[in-house]
Write a protein that binds this ligand. Sequence first.
Ligand code: FES
Ligand SMILES: [Fe+2]
Length: 336
Amino acid sequence: MKPTGWFQVAWADEIGIGDIHTMKYFDQEMVAWRAESGQITVMNAYCEHLGAHLGYGGTVHGEVLQCPFHGWQWNQQGRNVCIPYEDRPNRGRRIKTYPVVERNESVYIWHDIENREPFFEAPDIFADFGDTRGAGDYYPQQRLFQQGLEMHPQYVLENGVDFAHFKYVHQTPIVPVFTRHDFDDPVSYVDFTITFEGDDGQKIEDINSGVEAINGGLGIAVTKSWGMIDNRTISAITPVDESTSDVRFMVYIGRPPAGSAKDPARAEAKARDFGAEVIRQFSQDIHIWAHQRYSDPPALASSELEGFTAIRKWALKFYPDGKGGSAAELAARSAH
Ligand code: FES
Ligand SMILES: [Fe+2]
């Protein structure tokens, strides 16, 4: 439960200017706070002075966070910059901070128990698909948040190569076919042809719709659909402790081209219903994952061998125990 990578810890709109947001991830109490300038900082929650929890009574002053206990102030690098009753700050002590990005309304932190700098980027649901559509082309994001589920982030990633479950969990009429498995880098790509329409007599060759997925490590996956109702999703799974994770799932439904909807309110209501349906489908997966036991080695059908072997080999690279090498080396290699 201590993989390396980007993981969602909050939504950006949960943390306004001057707010301090308290949370627990990777077995650490953490706070996220937003300075006057808008800059967000995520750091461990305990003051290095006498250990007060900064999330309980701490206050943001301009660009620093002030401890509620004795007023020591900490900056965005976790450094002490003021002891109000001394001439100089304590330059030696530092509260651990995490690299943080705000992207697609999420707050992602980089977690690495070896404290390396980020060696890949958190995926962007708009920019990374190489088209021109952005947030403005979609209705507001719809969200699911489930806390403290007994599951591991890797389960969710494996879902992306698991063609057989679509028919049973999501009631697709036929089994999807994968057209791309690219697990060479810390950011991996999976594309497949899928339909939710029609009956089981259709042939995969005749289907003109599909999903493209980008996995940014084990913590974040973004998808874009084509040939069906325009939707994009983000799934983000973040370990809380040794056995549980928080699950966040976000859906964007495409807006009709400007001026083309006869009844914009109705179009939006329909989009919301469809978004709710996409979320419902994801909840069906969660129901399985939350009770799943990781099977290793799994009993794979021969058609499953390639996808699962590739994704599990790739996943190993994000664990710090050295098994299977490290994603950092991989990133360095592919940069050449
Ligand atoms: S415990 Fe934070 S200032 Fe004393
Ligand atoms: Fe699924």
